[in-house]
Ligand binder design. Structure first.
Ligand SMILES: Nc1nc2c(ncn2[C@@H]2O[C@H](COP(=O)(O)OP(=O)(O)OP(=O)(O)O)[C@@H](O)[C@H]2O)c(=O)[nH]1
Length: 434
């Protein structure tokens, strides 16, 4: 922009020669209009103009959001320091003195365009990265070597229930369990001491404390980075849903579909665990085996679906007696149920078995053709053992089964118990006695 047409045409010619697309204006108003319309990469502004001068034009360019980013170079015969400083204060990027030396104009224009194109790419890149970080589904954390959180993205804040910037400055130990946090801190320290030798920490499943106190299960991928200082980029991936369905599947695999109490597989695992515990503690373990009396007859008389419903009722009654965390009731097969009472001696187990028997009888499930009772009944065998290294669970089952058959033969609807002692211990004792 210049009010002198000869200056304008000389400048235009020069710019066109350099390969720039050029627009000219002889007044501030016209220059503003063109600037808003074509959004040029650079504006050369004459300072002294009739009407709106160059400084005012520049002020207006800078006050308008669409034009404030366009670099302005002043051209003026007024080259006193205060004029030049005033030009820069208004927001110019350069100040060229008149009369113009065209080679100098070209050099200054080239420099400004170069700076602008570079800073634009940097800004664009930063903007792109910001958009990605703010919109990605994964939670992002930047952690410093001392375990302090430097930055979190919105997904991370959302997963963990925090406001924007609320996590910055906090320690990761506030989010993780102390052992896991210490493991990470040790890793950070190792990496900070020798960044070139340390390996990536990879991905692991962690339980993170939500702001509301609950726990969320997440995959945390940690990548070390050296950006003027050692930093750790954490990526959080929510696996709570995945975990829930995994847990549901696992639970389903432990439950008998008909009666909804533990299945045989679960019982065997449970027994194995309690057996080991009992060996360490020296406390007795009692196994109760129950079999529904004349159940074939029940099915034959009332039909298989009635048999199923009856098994469900019996299962619930039995399970209601497994009250302690060390007790477990399970359907072991067909119409056979088992209960484990850990840390329970023979007398207590007998009493428990007797109350289960009475409970089933009290359900008064009609069994029209039973020769034992008008109601459905169960026969129960109890075996108790203080297991030793050389014993196995099999022998406990055999003992309880035998007791159960004694109950069947003794007229059904009764409990029979056997104190097996420890078969292995008995064998050892027998050897010593010899
Ligand atoms: N309705 C139903 N019946 C089952 C199920 N599993 C096993 N049974 C039946 O349970 C019956 C078990 O019969 P038996 O082992 O001969 O013994 P019982 O008739 O109970 O007689 P005792 O044990 O001698 O008192 C069989 O007829 C099986 O078909 C089931 O899931 N549902």
């Amino acid at each position: 922009m210049d009010d002198a047409p000869e200056n304008l045409s000389a400048l235009r010619k020069l710019m066109v020669q350099q390969g720039y697309q050029t627009f000219v204006a002889t007044s501030g108003e016209r220059a503003l209009k063109i600037a808003r319309r074509v959004h040029p990469d650079l504006i050369l502004l004459d300072v002294m103009m009739p009407g709106m001068d160059g400084f005012e034009t520049c002020r207006q360019l800078k006050s308008h959001v669409a034009t404030q980013g366009i670099p302005v170079i002043f051209m003026s015969a007024r080259t006193e320091t205060e004029d030049v400083v005033a030009g820069f204060d208004i927001g110019a990027v350069d100040y060229i003195s008149k009369p113009l030396r065209m080679a100098e104009v070209c050099a200054r224009v080239r420099t400004q365009l170069h700076i602008r194109s570079k800073s634009e790419t940097q800004e664009e890149q930063a903007e792109r990265l910001r958009t990605i970080v703010n919109n990605m589904a994964e939670g992002l954390l930047i952690i410093e070597a001392d375990g302090r959180i430097q930055f979190t993205n919105p997904a991370c804040d959302k997963y963990l229930g925090y406001q924007e910037n609320e996590l910055a400055g906090r320690a990761i130990s506030e989010l993780l369990n102390p052992l896991v946090a210490q493991e990470y801190l040790d890793y950070f320290e190792r990496y900070a001491a020798a960044p070139e030798t340390a390996h990536s920490h990879g991905t692991r499943e962690v339980i993170i404390r939500h702001r509301n106190g609950s726990s969320v299960c997440m995959d945390l991928t940690l990548t070390p980075m050296y950006l003027r200082q050692p930093l750790f980029i954490g990526l959080l991936h929510d696996i709570t849903h995945h975990k829930q369905s995994e847990d549901a599947l696992q639970r389903a695999a432990m439950v008998d579909p008909l009666t909804k109490i533990a299945n045989r597989r679960h019982f065997d695992t449970f027994l194995e665990k309690e057996w080991q515990r009992s060996m360490r503690s020296g406390l007795p373990l009692s196994l109760v085996v129950l079999d529904v009396d004349h159940f074939k007859l029940y099915n034959d008389t009332l039909g298989h679906p009635a048999g199923d419903a009856c098994l469900q009722q019996v299962a619930q009654a039995i399970a209601s007696h497994a009250l302690r965390p060390t007790d477990l009731a399970a359907r072991y097969g067909g119409e056979e149920f088992v209960l484990l009472f850990a840390e329970t001696d023979g007398d207590s187990a007998y009493l428990l078995a007797e109350s289960i028997r009475a409970h089933v009888e009290s359900l008064q499930i009609p069994h029209p053709r039973s020769t034992t009772s008008a109601w459905l009944t169960v026969s129960i065998g109890v075996a108790t053992i203080k297991p030793h290294q050389l014993d196995n669970t099999e022998s406990l089952f055999v003992a309880a089964d035998r007791a159960m058959y004694v109950a069947k033969e003794g007229g059904r609807n009764q409990v029979q118990a056997t104190q097996t002692g420890s078969a292995a211990m008995e064998a050892v004792k027998a050897l010593v006695m010899r």
